[in-house]
Design a protein around this ligand. Structure first.
Ligand code: NDP
Ligand SMILES: Nc1nc2c(c(=O)[nH]1)N=C([C@H](O)[C@@H](O)CO)CN2
Length: 226
């Protein structure tokens, strides 16, 4: 398994769950965590990679090729959730991470998957890709671009590789979220819960294990759309 941005939160949870289920996992992160020196991530290789530049993406692709790594699936999880007050450069940054990196990695995928057997790409997008966002215009539009690439790569890589999206609404808060913000977010969906990262792992497993699903978007939104 390859999981980009797997050094924390949803990506790390999925990486550790895949290890529990018998997979070997490679994750990317920009910086190794200090705690990994004393408590290495069991069953998980870590590759340092920064997708904010083309050179950084190329360097990552060269690294995985040079290591001769082959994968069962590639999960494009890396992301920054920058709001529109963070300046115009943030659009470029999120374009690089949400679109340029998956584009370049997917275009190299012919040598990244096992030679035989099933192969999957999962793009982790966002509820906002289909619904927009008043405060995260750049974030939502770059996630929409990623979601559109699901359709293109599902056509381009079939039948060898299945390509799907997972579009979460609220999965897990950040430690800096206020109680007021949390309550407001919880009230936006009819189920009204913070489900936690396991629901994303369940979604990825469904998409990987189902041989007849490609070009689809699995919405994980607690009924936010209702
Ligand atoms: N949390 C939620 O409720 C929701 C999450 N999502 C989506 O789910 C996915 C996971 O969410 P979450 O775990 O909260 O994400 P986080 O924001 O916690 O982490 C995203 C990861 O992306 C990596 N990343 C950020 N910038 C770069 C970069 N320039 N180059 C390479 N990697 C980078 C970070 O790696 P590093 O270790 O280098 O910092 C980090 O580990 C994301 O795609 C997110 O958009 C969608 C809706 C809701
Ligand atoms: N890269 C990230 N993307 C998103 C995050 C996050 O923490 N990192 N969080 C959200 C919110 O949970 C939102 O869905 C509800 O408040 C969206 N994307």
């Amino acid at each position: 398994m390859l999981i980009t941005g797997g050094g924390q939160r949803i990506g790390l949870h999925c990486a550790q769950r895949f290890v529990e289920d018998g997979y070997h996992v490679t994750i990317t992160c920009r910086n190794f965590r200090k705690e990994w020196a004393e408590n290495p991530l069991e069953g998980i290789d870590v590759i340092q990679a920064d997708f904010s530049t083309i050179e950084g993406i190329e360097e990552f692709i060269d690294t995985i090729k040079s290591q001769g790594k082959k994968f069962r699936a590639i999960i494009h999880n890396a992301s920054q959730w920058l709001d529109d007050s963070e300046g115009y450069e943030s659009f470029q940054t999120m374009f690089m991470i949400h679109m340029q990196a998956p584009y370049m990695i997917n275009n190299a995928c012919d040598v990244l998957f096992y030679d035989n057997g099933p192969a999957d790409i999962v793009h982790v997008t966002d509820y906002g890709a289909q619904h927009g966002s008043g405060k995260h215009v750049a974030y939502a539009s770059t996630k929409a671009g990623l979601e559109n690439m699901t359709l293109s790569y599902a056509k381009k890589l079939a039948p060898r590789v299945k390509v799907n999206s997972i579009a979460p609404f609220l999965i897990m808060f950040n430690k800096w979220d206020s109680e007021e913000y949390k309550e407001k977010s919880l009230n936006k969906s009819v189920l009204g819960i913070e489900p936690g990262p396991e629901v994303v792992y369940q979604g990825v497993r469904y998409l990987m294990d189902n041989i007849y699903v490609t070009g689809e978007c699995l919405n994980l939104d607690g009924g936010r759309h209702l």
